[in-house]
Ligand binder design. Structure first.
Ligand code: 3PG
Ligand code: MG
Length: 398
């Protein structure tokens, strides 16, 4: 695939460049709670603008349903992007309508314009190829060239990620180039012991990655909400914790397969529980074989955290995706914090994947440079490790 470096050598002065970014950041109302994705793509946008391109940036935010929805406006992101870039960022109140047209026409060399949320348009995520192609056609009118730097969205076959690349000369931005360089080290022959830590709410989101990694890792650690389905598969009562009943059998199979392969599938031995899902709920740590019926586990317990940290300390390669508990609640953040700290302390090549784990690292105040790499992609980094063909990367290759 051609990269931004090659494009900069070709020269972009006065040319219109459409940049797909992943500016899907967590918001608390209109306040951005983690701007990691904005900072991660900023160098690409800055390089293009500095080189005199007329840059039109597009992105999705959240999952609006194909029509404008003020709860998902990119307006706060435009403001923050301007601060990060240290230059003015114009904002269009529509994606491909009259405001976007007028603001694009008004651009001078080196100007940056952000279009409103791509997903306010049905064509962006449509399963219908024609509908998607039509929207891609409208979008491509904003650029002579297309730079994709939305690593977090490369696993989506969406108009701005996949179809636009068929219409314009296309290049991978610096963020995509970096992400692929790092993640490809994990799909090759990672240095052993190779430890993977999976967390997050749902085991059903992680099935493919477990399938694909089980015979490659030395230890697979499971925490977060998904641990309870594994615990149930081992016959434990999990109280009112998150449980995917329809996946218990699947988890049982993983436990059996791991045993056959001689892979350690490490589950928590204790959990910190609450009577209700609330930040001020009184925490109570119990052994996993003694979870009270009316309580829910919201974090791994301290014994588990210690055990997980020991495995991480002994690893040469670590991949971590998904928090160990509800880290947004201070009383239930300890597990995630201990695991993250263990990664920082380890000498291993460590990769953090996933919007939530990356946000956790920053929310908990851990040094970003303590990790080998913090991926901006959640689903994208998982699907990359699953060995799947990612539509966005595929489109850039062609
Ligand atoms: C993400 O947050 O994982 C990416 O921005 C993709 O968002 P999506 O899962 O809504 O497609
Ligand atoms: Mg380290």
């Amino acid at each position: 695939m051609k990269t931004l470096d090659e494009l900069l050598v070709e020269g972009v002065n006065g040319r219109r460049v459409l940049v797909r970014a992943d500016l899907n950041v967590p918001l608390d109302g209109k306040t951005i709670t983690d701007d990691g994705r904005i900072r991660a793509v900023a160098p690409t946008i800055k390089a293009l603008a500095d080189a005199g391109a007329r840059v039109v940036v597009c992105s999705h935010l959240g999952r609006p349903k194909g029509a404008p929805d003020p709860a998902f406006t990119l307006a706060p992101v435009a403001k923050r992007l301007g601060e990060v870039l240290g230059r003015e960022v114009a904002f269009a109140t529509d994606t491909v309508g009259s405001d976007a047209d007028a603001k694009a026409v008004a651009q001078g060399d080196g100007d940056v314009l952000l279009l409103e949320n791509l997903r306010f348009n049905k064509g962006e995520t449509s399963k219908d190829d024609t509908e998607r192609a039509e929207f891609a056609g409208q979008l491509s009118a904003f650029g002579d060239l297309y730079v994709d730097d939305a690593f977090g969205a490369v696993h989506r076959k969406h108009a701005s990620v996949y179809d636009v690349a068929k219409l314009l000369p296309h290049y991978a931005g610096w963020l995509i180039a970096k992400e692929v360089e790092v993640l490809s080290k994990l799909t090759g022959k990672p240095e052993q012991p190779y430890v993977v830590i999976l967390g997050g709410a749902k085991v059903s989101d992680k099935l493919a990655v477990i399938d694909n990694l089980l015979d490659k890792v030395d230890t697979l650690i499971v925490g977060g909400g998904m641990m309870f389905t594994f615990l149930a598969a081992k016959g434990y009562e999990v109280g009112s914790s998150l449980l995917e009943k329809d996946q218990i059998e699947v988890c049982r199979n993983y436990l059996e397969r791991a045993a056959e392969l001689g892979v350690e599938l490490l589950l928590p031995v204790d959990t910190t529980t609450a009577a209700e899902f609330a930040a001020d709920a009184e925490p109570l740590t119990v052994s996993v074989d003694a979870i009270p019926a009316e309580r829910m586990g919201l974090d791994i317990g301290p014994e588990s955290a210690k055990l997980f940290a020991e495995r991480i300390a002994g690893a040469k390669t670590v991949f971590w995706n998904g928090p160990m508990g509800v880290f947004e609640f201070p009383d239930y953040a300890a597990g995630t914090k201990t695991v993250a700290q263990a990664l920082v302390d380890s000498e291993a090549f460590s990769v953090v994947g996933g919007g939530d784990s990356a946000a956790a690292v920053r929310t908990l105040g851990l040094p970003e440079d303590g990790f080998g790499h913090i991926s901006t992609g959640g689903g994208a980094s998982l699907e990359y490790l699953e060995g799947k063909t990612l539509p966005g990367l595929d489109a850039l290759e062609k």
